[in-house]
Design a protein around this ligand. Structure first.
Ligand code: GLC
Ligand code: CA
Length: 529
């Protein structure tokens, strides 16, 4: 019996709400804007939308600093807008995934307001407070992910508080049972409103070394890298108590039907897979697999990575793949427009749930952000290292009108200058566009169960060619990817012949293939028997 679980069969589509569609022309995207674009999303053929944080926030880190877990940020709309949006999402047969940020709150969250008031405040222990060292310096050497010490001194009570990110994002103390209860209730608040699951922000960060020992230096550190990389993050995150915490969230989701728990985790693959948990202590359904973001774009490297991941998955662990998100340079900026099409085919034909990032389907790439337009707090703290996240957060390009149809006001980040040609409207009417390629790939995945839930067998990974087979029952589909700019000879296994289901190239090619054939430069093919 095929497994019908929606998040195994489906495709997740990530929306960065500030940049999708502005409905009230203040230059910032909002919930009503997303609602107006639901037909587009449904036509893409994806199954679920994940929306980056939409909760009340001072926006020090653009919503990843939450001041109220059970409300809607007025910039994005109202709770009524939210209810309307989720109603229409569900009416189209789509699922809605929200972004849960449990590691830290905003410093403007009332909990932190209380916690910092006095050492004896009942919420003091909801955050991580420590005395200075005798010389007044921070309690340990931990560094913020955005640069500088991870500790900020609070004059009023003479202690430091810990923040893995900005000083405006104090870390919650997940060792305190009251914190866990309050956060579980926040999850229930949205689950009761019909939310189908959560993407949990930096989930591996939640549990730190209880003794808060110094992190060891990283001998491979080179100047020019972010300061956080100068230390190995041995003690500041990923303490083994994390598995109980993840399981706690999983159990809350299991109070409801068919909800999904996705974890944001940047760890080496052998540690990543431990976040699936065990039979006794189940963890995340989908620990995000970011390996495609970092792997060299070479057949051998990709093949090795895929096989290693497949072999490390625990019993019952369902794979997943991510090409990009709001924190990472876009795929088309990393490997170019030609290969971005090949990457789309890879993402949508690997075994496991794919997550697409808004705008990748129209080939959005790098957008230059002039210094005076920089928004990302990380870039402001550590300028010029090349880690600005703004270029992957620019407004969605809908049409060729002013500001790409995103807004009539000046958008909060610049629109790509390529928008007059590179927009949804223009690419929709071009049958060979990347947008229509994405649509074909999604449709092929829906048509062929071999692609969505079939097994995976690597066939070839030398030179510029990566090929593999997906099989479900007696349905077999072979994928050929030319990762280079020259022609490549390819062959179907076991003297078979086949028919082309999708080519990444705009120009059509012969549909019937003999046992061996030529892949054109940058061509990817899905071939059925
Ligand atoms: C996650 C988010 C990122 C944010 C950070 C702190 O990595 O994806 O955007 O800055 O957590 O919340
Ligand atoms: Ca708006």
């Amino acid at each position: 019996m095929p497994d019908k679980t929606w998040w195994k069969n489906g495709i997740v589509y990530q929306i960065y709400p500030r940049s999708y569609q502005d409905s009230n022309n203040d230059g910032i995207g909002d919930l009503e804007g997303i609602r107006r674009r639901l037909d587009y999303i449904a036509e893409l053929g994806v199954n679920a939308v994940w929306i980056s944080p939409i909760f009340p926030s001072p926006m020090a880190d653009f919503g990843y600093d939450i001041a109220d877990y059970c409300g809607i940020e007025p910039i994005f709309g109202t709770i009524e807008d939210f209810d309307r949006l989720i109603g229409e999402v569900h009416a189209r047969g789509l699922k809605m995934i929200l972004d849960f940020v449990p590691n830290h709150t905003s410093d403007q969250h009332p909990w932190f307001g209380e916690s910092r008031r006095s050492k004896s405040n009942p919420k003091r222990d909801w955050y991580i407070w420590r005395d200075p060292k005798p010389d007044g310096s921070p309690p340990n050497n931990w560094i913020s992910n955005f640069g500088g010490s991870a500790w900020s001194f609070d004059d009023a009570t003479g202690q430091y508080y810990y923040h893995a990110f900005l000083a405006e994002q104090p870390d919650l103390n997940w060792r305190n049972p009251e914190v866990r209860e309050a956060m579980h209730d926040a999850l229930r608040f949205w689950l009761r409103r019909g939310v189908d699951g959560f993407r949990v922000d930096v989930i591996w960060h939640l549990m730190k070394d209880p003794e808060m020992r110094d992190n060891p230096p990283d001998p491979n550190y080179k100047p020019g890298r972010p300061e956080i990389d100068s230390l190995q993050q041995v003690y500041s995150n990923g303490h083994h108590d994390i598995y109980g915490v993840v399981n706690g969230m999983r159990r809350v989701l299991e109070e409801f039907d068919e909800r999904v728990l996705i974890g944001e985790i940047y760890l080496p693959v052998e540690r990543l897979v431990t976040y699936y948990g065990t039979a006794e202590l189940p963890g995340a359904h989908l620990p995000f697999n970011f390996q495609l973001i970092f792997a060299p774009w070479k057949p051998e490297a990709l093949a090795k990575m895929i096989e290693e991941y497949e072999s490390l998955l625990p019993e019952g662990g369902w794979p997943n793949w991510v090409l990009g998100n709001h924190d990472q340079k876009r795929i088309a900026a990393r490997i170019g427009q030609d290969q971005a099409r090949v990457a789309a085919m890879l993402l949508l034909t690997l075994r496991g749930t794919p997550t697409m990032y808004y705008g990748d389907e129209i080939g959005m790439a790098y957008v230059d952000i002039p210094p005076e337009a920089v928004q990302d707090p990380w870039e402001r703290n550590e300028p010029g290292l090349g880690f600005n996240r703004d270029p992957q957060r620019t407004p969605m390009q809908w049409d060729s009108s002013a500001h790409a149809g995103f807004s009539t006001a000046t958008p909060w980040l610049p629109v790509s200058p390529r928008y007059p040609e590179q927009n949804v409207e223009a690419l929709s009417s071009d049958s060979g566009s990347i947008l229509n390629l994405y649509r074909k790939l999604v449709a092929a995945r829906r048509q062929h169960q071999a692609l969505s839930i079939g097994s995976f067998r690597l066939l070839h990974s030398e030179g510029d060619l990566l090929s593999y087979e997906r099989q479900h029952g007696d349905q077999r589909v072979v994928i050929f990817l030319n990762l280079g700019g020259g022609e490549v000879e390819a062959q179907l296994p076991e003297s078979r012949t086949g028919a082309v289901v999708v080519s990444t190239l705009g120009e059509p090619r012969e549909e019937k293939l003999g046992n061996s054939f030529i892949l054109r430069p940058h061509e990817g093919l899905i071939v059925s028997e």
